[in-house]
Design a binder for this molecule. Structure first.
Ligand code: NDP
Length: 453
C-alpha cells in the first residue's frame, strides 16, 4: 500500500457500517481514519435501534406490571407511577457507555478518529476544519437523516432524533407516518400513557409488509387504545399556547401536545462535495454505487443508508465486511439481499422474513398458505386481550417455505431462527418434521398442518 498518502482508507461516518469497515480494514494492516461530526455508533446506537428498544422495554413494562395481577401479584390501583426523565437519563447513560465502547474499539484496532465535519477537496483529500488528510481510498458512510414533509408549521414537528431527548411526555401526541418508526413510537407513547393518534396517508399502514400482518397489527394497536387514522394527511400545523392545532386533509382538526414525523429518511450527504467530484446521485438522493460499493470515482466508495439499500444495521455491517475484503483482503464475498429478516418493535412485535403472500403471488408461485391466530399462553392468566398471528407462505410445487411472518410477543426473537431455515431453503415438510419446543408460541411455526388457502 502506498505511504505517500496519510491513510490507506478514510471513512466518513462512524456508524454501524463505517465502524465495521474501519475495524476490519485496520485488522488487515491498513492505515485507517474515521471522521465523525456527531457521535460514535451513528444512528443505531444514538438515535435509533438501541435507544428505541430501551424505550420499548420501558413502555411495555407498564403492561407487564398490569399482567402480574393475574399471576397473584398485588398491583394497587393508582400506586404505580412512571418517571420519564429517569428512563431518558438511564437510556442516556447506557448510550454514553456504548459510545465509550465504540471509541475504545476503534482505538484498540489502531484506527485514528478525527472529530469534525468532513468535505472532499479532491478524490483523495478529505478536509476537516482547517486540516486536510490524504488517502488512497475514501468511503462515504454518512447514513441518513429524518425527512419532514413541507407543510406550513413543519418547524413545530419533532422527529425520532428529538424524541429520544424529549424533556417531558405530553398528554397527547400525533405520530405522522405509517412505517417502522411511526408504529414503534406510537407503541412507545401509548404504552407510557400518552393519548396517541397515528396518521397515515394510505389505506393501511406498513406498506410492503404482508397484508395479514398489517391488518392484524392495526387491530392489536387499536385494542391498546391507539387511534389509527388512515387515508388522511397533515395539511398544516399551528402552535397555540402549549398546544398544536393540526389541520388534516379530510377537513378535521386535532389538538395535540406533540407532533412527531416518522415520514422517512434521506441520505445525508450535505456539504460533502460529492457531485463536484463526479460521484453520481440517484433521483432519490442516494449515492450511486455498483455491487462492490464503487461510486463513479475510482477512489471513492460508499455503504450503508447513504446508498439506498435497506436501512438496517445488519445490512450496513455486512456491507462493511464485504468492502473491507475487497479493498484490503482477498476480495471474496458479496452481498446477498434476499430474505433479510426484520422486526418492527411495535407492541406486539412484528417479525418477518422472505416473501409476503402478495409478492409470492406476483412472482407467479402457486401457493399454500398456513395461518394461525391464537392467544399467547401468558394471557390466559393475565386476562389481556392480545393475540398472536403466524403465517407461512409455501410454494406448492417445491414445498419450499418462501416467507414467514409473525405478530406477537417476541416475534423478533423467534423470526431470527426461522430466517436461518428460510435462507437454507427449508421445505414445509422439514418445518413439519422439526419438533416443537413446548409450550412456546414459536412451536406454532412447526405445527401448522392445514393450509387456509
Ligand atoms: P419508512 O420508509 O419505513 O416509512 C415512512 C412512512 O412515511 C411511510 O408510511 C410513508 O408512506 C410515509 N410518508 C412518506 N412521505 C410522506 C409524506 N410526504 N406525507 C405523509 N406520509 C409520508 O420510514 P421510517 O422513517 O419509518 O424509517 C426509515 C427506515 O429506517 C425504515 O425503512 C427502516 O429501514 C429503518 N428502521 C428500521 C427499524 C427496525 O429494523 N426495527 C426501526 C426503525 C427504522 P407510504 O407508505 O405511503 O410511502
Amino acid at each position: 500500500m502506498s505511504d505517500k498518502q496519510d491513510f490507506d482508507l478514510i471513512i466518513i461516518g462512524a456508524g454501524s457500517g463505517g465502524v465495521r469497515l474501519a475495524r476490519m480494514s485496520a485488522a488487515k494492516g491498513a492505515r485507517v481514519a474515521v471522521v465523525e461530526s456527531r457521535y460514535l455508533g451513528g444512528t443505531c446506537v444514538n438515535v435509533g435501534c438501541v435507544p428505541k428498544k430501551l424505550f420499548v422495554y420501558g413502555s411495555h413494562a407498564g403492561e407487564d406490571i398490569e399482567d402480574a395481577a393475574g399471576y397473584g401479584w398485588n398491583v394497587p390501583d393508582g400506586q404505580v407511577t412512571f418517571d420519564w426523565t429517569r428512563l431518558v437519563a438511564n437510556k442516556n447513560a447506557e448510550i454514553e457507555r456504548l459510545n465509550g465502547i465504540y471509541g475504545r474499539m476503534l482505538e484498540n484496532a489502531g484506527v485514528t478518529v478525527i472529530e469534525g465535519t468532513a468535505s472532499l477537496a479532491d478524490d483523495h483529500t478529505v478536509v476537516v476544519g482547517d486540516r486536510s488528510f490524504t488517502s488512497k481510498h475514501i468511503t462515504v458512510a454518512t447514513g441518513s437523516w429524518p425527512v419532514v414533509p413541507e407543510v406550513p408549521g413543519k418547524e413545530c414537528v419533532l422527529t425520532s432524533n428529538e424524541m429520544f431527548y424529549l424533556p417531558q411526555l405530553p398528554r397527547q401526541a400525533v405520530v405522522w407516518g405509517g412505517g417502522y418508526i411511526a408504529v414503534e413510537f406510537a407503541g412507545i407513547l401509548a404504552g407510557l400513557g400518552v393519548e396517541t393518534t397515528l396518521l397515515y396517508r394510505g389505506e393501511l399502514f406498513l406498506r410492503g409488509f404482508d397484508d395479514d400482518v398489517r391488518e392484524f397489527t392495526a387491530a392489536e394497536m387499536r385494542k391498546k387504545g391507539i387511534n389509527l387514522r388512515f387515508e388522511v394527511n397533515i395539511e398544516s400545523i399551528e402552535s397555540e399556547d402549549a398546544h398544536y392545532a393540526v389541520e388534516l386533509t379530510d377537513g378535521s382538526r386535532l389538538n395535540t401536545g406533540l407532533v412527531m414525523a416518522a415520514t422517512g429518511r434521506r441520505a445525508l450527504v450535505d456539504g460533502l462535495g460529492l457531485e463536484q467530484l463526479g460521484v453520481q446521485m440517484s433521483a432519490s438522493g442516494h449515492v450511486v454505487v455498483d455491487d462492490q460499493f464503487q461510486t463513479a470515482v475510482p477512489s471513492i466508495t460508499a455503504l450503508g443508508d447513504v446508498i439506498g439499500t435497506p436501512q438496517l444495521t445488519p445490512v450496513a455491517l455486512a456491507q462493511g465486511m464485504v468492502l473491507s475484503r475487497r479493498l484490503f483482503g482477498d476480495g471474496k464475498g458479496e452481498m446477498d439481499y434476499s430474505s433479510i429478516p426484520t422486526a418492527v418493535f411495535c407492541q406486539p412485535n412484528i417479525g418477518t422474513v422472505g416473501l409476503t403472500e402478495a409478492e409470492a403471488r406476483e412472482a407467479g408461485h402457486k401457493l399454500r398458505i398456513y395461518r394461525s391466530e391464537f392467544k399467547p399462553m401468558k394471557h390466559t392468566l393475565s386476562g389481556r386481550d392480545e393475540r398472536a398471528l403466524m403465517k407461512l407462505i409455501v410454494d406448492d410445487e417445491s414445498d419450499r417455505v418462501l416467507g414467514a411472518h409473525m405478530v406477537g410477543p417476541d416475534a423478533g426473537e423467534i423470526t431470527q431462527g426461522i430466517a436461518v431455515a428460510i435462507k437454507a431453503g427449508a421445505t414445509k415438510a422439514q418445518f413439519d418434521s422439526t419438533m416443537g419446543i413446548h409450550p412456546t408460541s414459536a412451536e406454532e411455526f412447526v405445527t401448522m398442518r392445514n393450509p387456509v388457502a
